[in-house]
Every structure is written in C-alpha cells, then in structure tokens.
Ligand binder design. Structure first.
Ligand code: FES
Ligand code: MG
Length: 595
C-alpha cells in the first residue's frame, strides 16, 4: 500500500488526452462534461476508475451497493482518481427464471464489452449474490485491467423463536417439516422470511458467501472484506478503502493476471474446503481460470482440496451464520490456520500488493467454536470427491455435508464401506420431480437413488439448482430424511444435501444420464470414485444407439434469444460452463506502455 506512485501513461488518455487527434479527443470528452465534470479533471492524468454496479431493485442481495458506491467514490477521489459508475446486467439468484446461472455469461459478456470499450483505467467490482461475483471476476480476467472486488457482505443473522434461520438452508429444512405436516404454509412463509432480516446476500455459507470468500482467498479483495455483514460500519469503511486502493493499483499496474495465478487458485480450493464452500465454486473458479489462462481441472478440486478439514462452523455444513463468522475473524483467520499447516501459498500476491500470508499473519486465532482448529475440525477430509463412470465423465460430491443418518444408512455397510447400490428413479427435470415424487407407483424406498436430468447448462438453460431432492413425504414420516441424489443440474450452496451433481456431460449433451432408465441398478463407490449403471456393455451400446436414432436427448424449446445463443455457445460444468469462444480472448485491454 505504501509503494511510491509512478506516473504511467493512462489508458484513458487515449480517449481524453490525445493532442494528435483533437477532433476525436473533443468528441470523446465533451459529453462527460455535461453533468459537471471539468476538462481539467478529465485531462489532468487522473485514473478513471469504473464502478461496476451490480445493485438494483431487481437484485436485492446487491442493492445496498448503490449506497456503498458513494464511499467507493470518496476513496477514489481522495486517492486522486475519478469514479465512473455504470450498471451491470442484473443477476438475482432467487428471482430470475429459469435460472440465474443463465445470466452469468451474459453479465460477463456485457462487462467485458464495457471495460474494453470505455475510457477506464481500473475497476471496482461490486459483488455479492451468487453469480455476480464470478461474472465480474471473469470479465476482469478477460480484459485484464487493474480490478478489485468489493463484496456486499451477508445479511444479519436470521432468527425465529430463538433459533438461527439461515438463508436457503431454512427453506430446505422447513419444506421437510411442511411435508411431514408439522407446520402449515403461513408458518413456513414466516420462518423463511425471518432469514432475510437486512440488506445483504445469503447469510449462510451458500454460493454468495463462498464466492466472496474465494475472491478474497484468490487475492482479489482487501483482506477481511468478504465476511463483513452488509449493514456493519466496517462495510462502508472497506468500501472507501477499496476505492482508495483501486487508484493505487492503476499506478502500480497491478492486474488480475498478476494475482490470479495457479497458486492463487490452489489457495482458493483449500479455503473452499475449510469453509465448507458451495458446489458451485468449481464451476465458477474453473471458468475464471480459463479466462485468465491458468490450467485448472475438476480433478484439482479433489487432489488439492479433498483432504482439507472443515474449519468453519457455518450453515449448511455447521451451525452459525455470517455475523459470527465475521466476528471470529472471517477468511483471514481461516487462511492463518491453514498457513500454520503449510496449506497456503503465502507469497500469492493480493490486491494490496502484499502476499496473502503476510496479510493474514496477524488474523485472529481460531476460537474453536465458529472457526475450528486444523487439528480439531468439524469434519476431516471436507473437500469434494470427483466421481466418474458410465453415468458421466465427471460429477462432484461435497463430503462435508454428509449427515450422520446418511453415513450410517448408505456408507457403513459392513465390508462395503463408502459404497452403495440402489434402484434408479429418474425424473425429467424439477417439474417432473415435483409432479411425481409422491406417486406410489414409483414405489420409492430407502434403497432407491433419485436422479434428475435435463437440468444442465444446455438442458435447463444455465443449469438448475435442483439436485437436492427431498424423499417422498411417506419416507420422511418414517424418519428417512435423505436419499442419495444424482443429477446433471446443480444445487444451492445453502443445501446440506450430499448430492452427486454437476454431472458432465449433461443428458442434453448426450451424457450417460441420458440413457439411464427408472429401475436400473446403479452403483456408487466413493473409495474409487466410480458411478455406474450396472448393465452390460452390449446393453449400454444398444441404448446409446437408440438415443442417437432418436436424434439425441430432447430438451425444451428456447424461450428467449439469449437462451438460444447461450445453448449454442456454452460448455459443460466441469470446465466452467463458459461461453466457449470467449476463452480465446486474453488480456484484451492491451499494453499502454510507460510514460
Ligand atoms: Fe442472492 Fe443467496 S440469493 S445471495
Ligand atoms: Mg444458488
């Protein structure tokens, strides 16, 4: 932070200060004067810092960024820069149909275009709700302008009748109670509403808290930024500091490519296991890695992350919510504890110009309750397992959320530890699941495995968060709260279901799930990471031939032009569900040279 300022030729001067092309300079410049900026300001060689605004009325998780932006502007001004705030395409996880994931690549595309085409020297990325964080980071990676993340922070803790109600998690739990007849619709709505008591994003360790924590672990935000609850004063303070720092980063020419290295991604994977992070994280980080040009595969999540213990006691894997996590020390405390055990690349550079190890060296020590010690964790080996077989080339399972009930029922058969077999019940998407789950003709019992397909990036455009399927009401009443669930969709990061998900290729890309039939026997073996339909090779070949003869797996018609474009350009989840053609573009802001 204290490095001397070196004056560089600014990228924005190509627009605002090109004496060789007065007509263009005047044209570019004059309209920015019409709301009160002066020529002197725009031609004085001050960095122009964009504020990529993700807040709006349609995006309540990020809406308070509209106010935080004022503090960002004050920081930018104080450091000698000029702020230019602009809106991003809204992405609201809970409000967007058919799924918010559909819009991650759209918002990415929009931001790339803005960062590339306007007179910006650096950018503050306002992140929060699930896909807003990867959309912002992916675009900053492609353009490679100095960029810094400002998280919006989680909502305050939710409370209902003296108990914590966590975003999302309380829905999955309460819908079980409603199915069992313990609460009615009104009570259900009241309990769920209690989990959203203030501005901010999900207060559980769902995809939002995860992705903001990982942005910090990657080095893309100031230390401590991710966990500060949205309404706390520290949130406004770090908004100001983020603005200050954005200007300094421009003078230092500190770009995403300096920060987002292979080491940074390994740090993020380790932190993801330790915080009990979302199963959406591999999709978004693998996408980000491709946009910055770092090799990262789905197998890295198991090899780097599986053996890491769960340290953060936060729902859905644990008990507490965002306020406690912040008070216990947030991401820096987790990093410090992991560093002590040699699990962090300390030198990985962060936005403040220092290594992550130095940033976190004086963080609070684990309190043993909200943040556990490495030697006394909540769960051992808490990262993801990667499974493969004739059902898919890869799918992941989040082991930190496997409940005791699930472990005892499915994973502790004597002589067959960590493996289970079951009869497949196949649903064609979430609508079919809801229509038929209680159908007695399916004869669902505790020896069944629930499948949902047609829910991947192409099938349900974007990929639906639906794999965490609850058992039929009749089973819940008998005390069976979870069945193994497998699908080509995703699941909410706020769900504690040990599903096998993000299957690649999806059914709509003619993956193995497309040839599965209800009644098939399926074997999952976590020891060797396999997932197979137990049918002969001949039968397999015949089903594949039939699928081909029928013109492949059928999925619903496009509803919007973007759905059609998205489906035509998207890759599969294991490789980030990227707009594939975009992964060819790197460092497009271009070189600006040194004055
Ligand atoms: Fe927006 Fe969870 S729904 S953060
Ligand atoms: Mg979600």
């Amino acid at each position: 932070m204290d490095k001397p300022v070196t004056r560089r030729k600014l990228r924005s001067s190509e627009w605002f200060n090109d004496p060789h092309n007065p007509a263009m300079t005047a044209l570019y410049l004059e309209r920015y004067l019409n709301y009160g900026l002066t020529r002197k300001e725009l031609q004085a060689g001050k960095p122009i810092i964009g504020i990529a605004q993700t807040g709006n009325d349609l995006s309540p998780c990020n809406r308070h960024h509209l106010e935080l932006a004022q503090r960002v502007r004050e920081g930018i001004r104080e450091a000698g820069g000029i702020a230019m705030e602009f809106p991003m395409h809204p992405i609201q996880e809970t409000g967007k149909r058919p799924t918010a994931a559909l819009d991650r690549n759209l918002a990415y595309l929009g931001l790339v275009e803005i960062l590339f085409s306007y007179p910006l020297d650096g950018v503050v990325l306002t992140t929060g709700c699930d896909k807003t964080t990867p959309a912002c980071l992916m675009a900053a990676a492609t353009v490679n302008l100095p960029a810094i993340v400002l998280s919006g922070g989680p909502m305050l803790n939710g409370w209902h009748e003296g108990e914590r109600t966590g975003s999302g998690t309380v829905i999955w739990k309460s819908r079980e109670r409603m199915a069992a007849g313990e609460i009615d619709y009104e009570e259900f709505m009241d309990i769920v509403a209690s989990s959203a008591p203030s501005v901010g994003h999900c207060n559980t360790m769902g995809t939002a808290s995860t992705m903001n924590a990982l942005a910090e672990a990657l080095g893309m935000s100031l230390p401590g930024c991710a966990a500060i609850p949205a309404p706390y004063r520290e949130r406004g303070q770090i908004a100001y500091q983020t603005g200050l720092r954005a200007v300094q980063m421009v003078w230092e020419d500190l770009k995403p490519s300096d920060i987002l290295t292979r080491q940074a991604f390994e740090n993020a994977i380790v932190v993801n296991s330790a915080i009990g992070g979302s199963t959406n994280a591999p999709i978004h980080l693998n996408a980000l890695a491709r946009h910055i040009g770092v090799e990262l595969s789905i197998d890295d999540w198991q090899s780097v992350g599986h053996k890491i213990p769960l340290l953060v006691n936060m729902q859905p894997a644990g008990f507490y919510l965002g306020e406690e996590f912040h008070r216990a020390g947030g991401v820096p405390s987790v990093v410090r504890e992991l560093t002590k055990h040699g699990k962090i690349h300390n030198d990985a550079l962060t936005v403040n110009g220092r290594g992550i190890g130095a940033n976190c060296a004086n963080a609070a020590l684990p309190d043993g309750e909200v943040i556990k010690t490495y030697d006394g964790p909540l769960v051992q080996d808490a990262g993801f397992l990667v499974l493969r077989g004739n059902l898919f080339e890869s799918a992941i399972m989040k082991t930190s959320v496997i409940s005791l009930e699930f472990r005892e029922r499915y994973l502790s058969t004597p002589g067959d530890l960590n493996a289970f077999e079951g009869r497949a019940i196949v649903f064609e998407g979430p609508e079919d699941y809801h229509a038929r789950i209680d159908d007695e003709a399916l004869d669902i019992d505790e020896h069944c495995i629930l499948f949902v397909r047609g829910t991947g990036p192409i099938g349900y455009p974007g990929g639906a968060e639906v794999v965490n399927m609850q058992p039929p009401a009749a089973l819940i009443k008998r005390g069976i709260h979870s069945l193994p669930c497998i699908g080509d969709g995703r699941q909410s990061g706020t769900s504690g279901s040990p599903s096998i998900l993000n299957a690649t290729p999806e059914a709509a890309a003619d993956g193995g799930l497309a040839i599965l039939k209800t009644g098939d026997k399926v074997r999952i073996d976590l020891n060797v990471g396999s997932a197979n339909i137990l049918i002969s090779d001949d039968e397999l070949a015949q089903r594949r031939a039939e699928l081909k003869a029928h013109g492949g797996f059928k999925y619903p018609a496009h509803q919007t032009p973007w759905q059609e474009l998205y489906r035509a350009t998207v890759g599969q989840q294991a490789t980030g569900a990227c707009l594939e053609l975009a992964t060819r573009y790197h460092d497009i802001a271009g070189l600006v040279g040194v004055a």
